[in-house]
Design a protein around this ligand. Structure first.
Ligand SMILES: [Zn+2]
Length: 88
């Protein structure tokens, strides 16, 4: 996963998706990133959840169960602590 700040992700998401509420998205991302950090698991397979995907689709899932793909090396993930933030 490629680390990205919530702020930066919402900005990028906004560019690609005209119809969405950036405040709502920010709040969902924060909420899901927090429960992931506490160990929330995918409701299908039990792996650690993917916060961005879970925030967008509205249920707790891991990268593979949400996208059907195994390789997550090119995909973003948001982190709350600045320690894990590549940017910002
Ligand atoms: Zn899963």
């Amino acid at each position: 996963m490629v680390p990205i700040s919530i702020k930066e992700f919402v900005k990028q998401y906004e560019r690609r998706n005209k119809l969405f509420n950036d405040h709502e998205m920010t709040e969902s991302l924060k909420k899901v990133a927090k429960i992931r950090d506490r160990g929330a698991t995918c409701r299908i397979c039990g792996s650690l959840i993917w916060a961005i995907g879970s925030a967008i689709i509205g249920w707790n899932g891991c990268f593979t169960c949400i996208t059907g793909e195994v390789d997550d090396s090119d995909d973003y993930e948001v982190y709350l602590s600045s320690r894990n933030n590549g940017k910002n």
